[in-house]
Design a protein around this ligand. Sequence first.
Ligand code: SF4
Ligand code: SF4
Length: 104
Amino acid sequence: MNKYLQIIRRWFFVIFRRKYVENSVKKRKGQCRNCSCCEVKLLGRKWNCSYYNSKTKQCRVYNTDKMRRTCFYYPFDERDKWDEFKDKCGFFWDEARDSEEAAK
Ligand code: SF4
Ligand code: SF4
């Protein structure tokens, strides 16, 4: 999906479908592999968050109160993952795996 449509989708879901987002995050499994999705480029420029340590590829405030809510919610479902990180991201849902298996 186009990144900008994904961003619009994110904000729409976070604002208007917060329950869905929170339930889905609760069911999320796995863990962050620090594969650097915080470095994603928008409008041709790198997103520059002051909490991001580009050497270790880690968030300095990961899972603390300082971490933005929207970051904590990433990814809130499979469609929320940036395309280039779909295969790298360490988070997953059993339902998604089940339907992938069923489609094989
Ligand atoms: S707060 Fe952390 S997870 Fe969110 S963009 Fe910044 S570095 Fe990335
Ligand atoms: S794509 Fe997933 S595993 Fe990789 S840094 Fe982002 S949240 Fe973490």
